[in-house]
Design a protein around this ligand. Structure first.
Ligand SMILES: [Zn+2]
Ligand SMILES: [Zn+2]
Length: 274
């Protein structure tokens, strides 16, 4: 009884996250092209046939670029709020479904819990995907650790958590001041320090995988972020999602399953980029 998770891409150039079990899956955001999404799914040996729905976090281009084409090609329902849809992708109407903060959506054998968050978009949300036992969070583009992020983070066995920028690199970097303030102003992105603080203080005992996500190309580095978290990792696997390629597929099991799984085999490493 595991959930399988992967980042197909993560960063300001495109975000797409896969969460599924043996029969069903959802994608959170499709911010890379349809063709690239299909290519990376194939590399990871993941089947589009299992994907039953797409959830859209907000209307920024790096989260919606490929959604219309992919949804139309596979006749997939796209869960998107009216506020996001107004600014977002053009979808065929019958494919658009709505969701509401705090109201779980059943997708075949999975449940997706949406919650609202702080980000400079029309109606931004993040999601926890659950099979009833295992909870996986996809928390990127969060300006601040609000109560909603905090509450949902504590439930998770695995989280794609934004770790967007190093505070000193942003401060000393070449971005204009208005952009620096947009990023760090509470409705932009989460810094390494903010993400680390959330992890240290509030991770659940059963948090097995933390996938650092949506790293800035300009104001962060994968090595720096990984190093910051490594010292505090404990029993949690720390992974940095790339802005250039898909991650491996990680198997997330219940606490008792994980130790059994780890005894039997190393973490699932699939695909060309594993
Ligand atoms: Zn983004
Ligand atoms: Zn955004």
């Amino acid at each position: 009884m595991s959930l399988y998770i992967a980042s197909l891409n993560s960063g300001s150039n495109g975000n797409c996250y896969y969460v599924g079990n043996d029969t069903d899956a959802v994608l959170v955001d499709v911010g890379i092209s349809c063709r690239e999404t299909e290519k990376r799914m194939k590399q990871l040996d993941l089947s589009m046939k299992k994907v039953k729905a797409i959830f859209i976090s907000h209307e920024h281009g790096d989260h919606i670029k490929g959604v219309s084409t992919l949804a139309n090609k596979y006749s997939l329902p796209v869960y998107i709020t009216a506020g996001t849809a107004k600014h977002g992708p053009i979808l065929i109407k019958h494919l658009s479904k709505s969701f509401t903060h705090g109201k779980p959506v059943a997708i075949a054998s999975l449940t997706v819990m949406p919650f609202s968050k702080k980000h400079d978009a029309a109606d931004p949300h993040s999601f926890v995907i659950s099979d009833g036992n295992i909870n996986v969070g996809v928390f990127t583009d969060i300006g601040v650790v609000c109560d909603n992020v905090l509450h949902n983070f504590k439930q998770c066995h695995a989280v794609f958590l934004e770790s967007n920028y190093d505070e000193a690199m942003l401060e000393n970097g070449r971005y204009p001041i208005h952009l620096k303030n947009r990023i760090r102003g509470g409705e932009g992105h989460l810094s390494n320090r903010q993400a680390l603080e959330l992890f240290i203080r509030h991770r659940a005992g059963h948090l097995s995988h933390l996938i650092l996500s949506h790293l800035s190309k300009e104001n962060n580095s994968p090595e720096l972020a990984a190093e910051m978290f490594a010292a505090h990792a404990g029993d949690t696997n720390i992974i940095v999602a790339s802005r250039y390629e898909a991650s491996a597929v990680y198997s997330i099991g219940a606490a008792q399953d994980i130790s059994a799984f780890q005894r039997k085999s190393p973490p699932v490493q699939l695909g060309l980029f594993a």
